[in-house]
Design a binder for this molecule. Sequence first.
Ligand code: FAD
Ligand code: UDP
Length: 376
Amino acid sequence: MSSGKLLMVGAGLSGAVIGRYLAEQGYDISIVDARDHIAGNCYSKRDADTGVMVHVYGPHIFHTDDEEVWNYVNGFETFMPYKNRVKTTSGGAVYSLPVNLHTINQFYGKTMRPDEARAFIEEQADTTITEPQTFEDQALRFVGPDLYKAFFKGYTQKQWGCSPTELPASILKRLPVRFNYDDNYFFHRFQGMPENGYTVMVERILDHPNITVHLNTRFTRDQAAEYDHVFYSGPLDGWFDFDLGRLGYRTLDFERFTFEGDYQGCAVMNYGEEEVPFTRITEHKHFAPWESHEGSVCYREFSRAAEPDDIPYYPIRQVKEKELLGRYVERAAQTDGVTFVGRLGTYRYLDMDVTIREALDTARAFLDAREAGTKM
Ligand code: FAD
Ligand code: UDP
């Protein structure tokens, strides 16, 4: 017997994971997505010309410290060992990221040992900045002006469309500075790539008799009346018909090109300088080193301000947006019958592992609330 009818708006990780959890508890789950495919922004598909598995909405590397989440994804798909090693081109040379001892020694033409490099960078750093507030302050405090200009200033200007002095320090805090030769972009315990792509993983999460998926179906609020509860992973301001104004997003344009052989020798090559109009080039076949392909498909990635019909990729959490966000969040808290989830529903930059963690916690909280007879 069904425990109730629930609607998930969005067939990305948020909708799929919450839907699966509650389907297993006997709920009838309908999932709608405006796109013609599942998996949201993690969607991957084989390129028709080359056979390479392409990360259609930009490069996605799974990394986490959360063991439950790691076991969860491995329950649906085999994860192949994969370490993200990013390179960057700047000033006519190629360097390794995140900034590590190799980057520092190569950039300054030196052969410093770890302690020497630490002391050297500390000399470059602006130690008068005690509590960095902006992206620029954070960079000047931790790597100094030379590395900042070569690797971060231009890239960030392109990525966010504004000066790094207008961005919060938190954006740069995502990236470590290392005084050893470890060039693993992430420092999480678990890291990997789904053997057959993310779409297959999400397909299996959705494969449950209590789940029905409707693609090419845009949600409108009147649909909510048919359900006991809605989990909404669409844009938060969209639920309220943008009536307080639009939350800002950056969108991405991908320029696809093919190449016979190996174009750049790595999956992701960043471009640090502002004069190069794109931020990075992704060569997708390097995400699946266990496969073999003669041809190659690459995406040049350009970032710009999102117009209303563009895909919203990165929430811009500057002062103006935070104020508007606060007003929408207040209204969301007063709205019964819907839970706002995921990257768009909460207007936060969420990695996949955090998205899954929050989805599992949300589904459990929903069950607890039902048991206690409280509203959500
Ligand atoms: P989404 O994947 O955005 O899914 C939301 C779905 O809702 C979409 O399919 C959309 O079509 C649908 N929808 C929205 N509104 C409506 C509506 N009104 N009606 C019907 N359907 C609607 N994470 C990592 O861990 N590692 C990475 O390397 C990484 N790289 C990234 C690179 C880029 C360029 C981007 C943008 C993100 C990256 N992420 C990465 C983050 C990752 O994409 C997210 O964590 C994840 O996709 C969030 O899932 P979600 O379900 O919340 O949202
Ligand atoms: N960044 C940079 N240069 C680089 C890579 C990153 O300036 O070569 C900055 C940029 O502002 C970016 C932030 O560091 O938004 C975080 O980098 P990350 O690789 O985590 O970006 P994301 O995964 O969000 O694209």
